[in-house]
Structure formats: C-alpha cells, structure tokens
Design a protein around this ligand. Structure first.
Ligand code: ADP
Length: 160
C-alpha cells in the first residue's frame, strides 16, 4: 500500500501549541507529515529561518512520522517532489477562511493533484497565532502555556 504523505506548510514564526495541535491531528490521518517552513515574503519575521527550523526540529524530535524541512519555492511544487498528496492547513476564524479559500483555489490551479486538507482549531487554541504570541511576549504576558518549550527558551535567550 502507498504511504500517505502530507505537507503542513507555514511561517512558524514561531511554532505555537496551535500549530502543534494541527500537526498531531494530521498524524492521525497520514502516515507521514512534513512540517515545512515556507517563507512568506509578505510577512516580516521575528525569528530567522535557522532559529525557526531549530525550534521546530527540537519540538517534534519525539513525534513519529514527522519530518521538518524548508522551502523558498511553492509548497505545491515541494509536495509533488516529495510524493505528498495533501497540504494541511489550520482554520481558526472566518478571517482565516477567506485567505485559505483563495490559496486553495490558486494551489489547485497550479496542481490539481494536490489537495488541501483543513483542520479546525480547537477552542483552547483558537486565539493562538504567532503574531499574538509575539505581542504577548513583548507585553510581559506569560506565554509558557501557549508555546513548545524550545520556543519559550528561544524567546528568553533573545531577551538577554
Ligand atoms: P502562514 O504564513 O503560511 O499562514 P502560519 O505559521 O501563520 O503560516 O500558519 C500556518 C498554518 O497554521 C495556517 O493554516 C494557519 O491558519 C494555521 N494555524 C496557525 N495558528 C493556528 C491555531 N492556533 N490553530 C489552528 N491552526 C492554526
């Protein structure tokens, strides 16, 4: 039987517990999930690509069936090259939907063989976004319950 591979692309600037929840649930649906750092040139980043990749690798090191990778190209092209059939995305609110709907139409124009699979955020993580985490951290809010340990450490060492 063919191995079912999915790619979960994002900016992960930084990886949050919201992302992690989507990743773990995607693992229930696919044999392998590639957590893919895909550079979004429209977004100004807080962490460098190297910092983000290192936090992602550290966080998923004990998760079976997960790989971490990077692309500065199209995620659909990456998926095809790596034998993946689907792209995973998370949905938090109606505002996510509009962007994701457009992205999904664009992706299926580029490659109709790659499907997008959307997982709804859990109510506990629905307010978590990387930019919200950044704002909270800058304002002195304790972000420990919202991010993986490696991310918390990276913030703490940035502050020093
Ligand atoms: P991008 O710049 O590609 O949107 P992000 O890192 O912001 O990258 O998000 C990657 C994906 O994860 C997106 O589909 C986004 O909607 C989803 N996502 C982000 N935060 C959450 C969350 N708290 N719960 C569920 N999905 C989320």
């Amino acid at each position: 039987m063919n191995m079912k591979i999915a790619v979960y692309p994002g900016s992960f600037d930084p990886l949050t517990n919201g992302h992690l929840d989507i990743l773990k649930r995607a693992l229930n649906l696919f044999d392998k999930v590639i957590l893919l750092l895909a550079v979004n040139p429209k977004k100004k980043s807080v962490f460098t690509i190297e910092e983000r990749l290192s936090m992602m690798k550290e966080t998923v090191k004990d998760l079976k069936g997960v790989e971490v990778d990077f692309t500065d190209g199209l995620t659909v092209a990456y998926a095809k090259e790596h034998g993946a059939c689907s792209l995973i995305r998370g949905l938090r609110a109606v505002s996510d939907f509009e962007y994701e709907f457009q992205l999904s139409a664009a992706n299926s124009f580029i490659d109709p063989d790659i499907d997008m699979v959307f997982l709804m955020a859990k109510k506990e993580t629905t307010f978590i976004s990387s930019s919200m985490i950044n704002q909270m951290f800058q304002s002195g809010v304790d972000i420990k319950p919202l991010v993986p340990e490696a991310v918390l450490r990276a913030y703490q060492s940035k502050k020093k």
